[in-house]
Design a protein around this ligand. Structure first.
Ligand code: ATR
Length: 283
């Protein structure tokens, strides 16, 4: 990465791999729409180069950057301050740069929550929620739901001990996938946070939906493909379904607001994602 100090503010996303990132497209479109003289770049940063590349970004005058796989945990060691909410979630995906000081935030969990509350009919606090998977995304989502006052949460995962770890302090039920399949009708909202069904393994299912109720809402945090097998079967069963686009654009919007103090156009962001993935907004 070669960066020279520039006068116009610039923002970035760092990760490995990063070539496929859609963040530059949505951030740059919103910066342009708001008439802001700033740009947003994707920068390939392998794990071993994290510290050095973060230093370079700061020296080059970067005002804020997103952090994606595999740096969301390691970045925390390089920050001067971590927002208490990100600390509670245990991961940072957004960094704000003030001079040489770095402050970390997590907008994944709140981004997910914004997307879900816009979509879900009824009070989320009354909903029984089943989360599939127990990785970083599940942790951010579950911790956020708990902080927002959603008390009835179960996590089903291939490795049940990882589900237990997330629920350790908050309570909630950790299940195997097959145990969750037996109890599927109990859940108002079922959220897939695993990569099962993601491009290029479309067609794979994180759980058998044979017994799902048509009253359940199914949410997949995957957005490529826009319609996963999990959502497709859910639709067939009469469920309300939401894909990963709202979470993605809301996490981006929250980062954008944090850095610029301005509200980006969510519809524009969604339109760009749909254009890039060659589909119509189906869910
Ligand atoms: P994240 O980016 O959220 O950290 P991840 O770690 O790649 O995502 O995976 C999230 C979850 O998907 C994990 O809990 C993982 O199960 P394990 O805890 O048992 O590893 C689950 N997962 C990923 N691939 C899977 C597969 N092929 N079958 C079942 N579960 C899978």
């Amino acid at each position: 990465m070669r960066l020279s100090k520039v006068n116009a503010p610039f923002y970035a996303v760092i990760g490995d791999p990063i070539e496929q990132s859609m963040s530059p497209a949505i951030h740059n479109a919103c910066l342009q729409q708001l008439g802001m003289e700033a740009r947003y770049e994707a920068i390939h940063v392998p794990q071993v180069e994290l510290e050095k590349q973060v230093e370079r970004l700061v020296e080059a005058g970067c005002k804020g950057f997103n952090v994606t796989i595999p740096h969301k945990l390691r970045i925390m060691d390089l920050l001067d301050e971590i927002d208490p909410y990100a600390r509670a979630i245990g991961a940072v995906n957004t960094v704000e740069v003030h001079g040489k000081r770095l402050k970390g935030y997590n907008t994944d969990g709140p981004g997910f929550y914004r997307g879900l509350s816009d979509f879900h009919q009824g009070n989320l606090r009354d909903a029984a929620v089943l989360v599939l998977g127990a990785g970083g995304a599940a942790r951010a989502i579950v911790k956020t739901l708990i902080m927002k006052g959603v008390p009835n949460i179960a996590i089903a995962n291939r490795t049940v001990s990882k589900a237990k770890d997330i629920l350790e302090e908050s309570g909630g039920v950790a299940l195997s996938i097959s145990a969750a399949e037996q109890r599927l009708t109990e859940y108002d909202i079922i959220i897939n946070t695993t990569p099962i069904g993601m491009y290029p393994n479309e067609g794979a299912m994180p759980i058998d939906l044979s017994s799902v109720s048509s009253k359940s809402t199914l949410v997949d945090i995957i957005y490529n493909p826009l319609m996963t097998e999990f959502l497709r079967i859910g639709l067939e069963k009469g469920c309300a379904v939401q894909n990963g686009v709202p979470m993605f654009v809301h996490q981006a919007a929250l980062a954008f607001e944090q850095w610029t103090g301005k509200e980006p156009d969510i519809d524009l962001m969604e339109e760009i994602i749909h254009q890039k993935l060659g589909g119509k907004p189906t869910c």
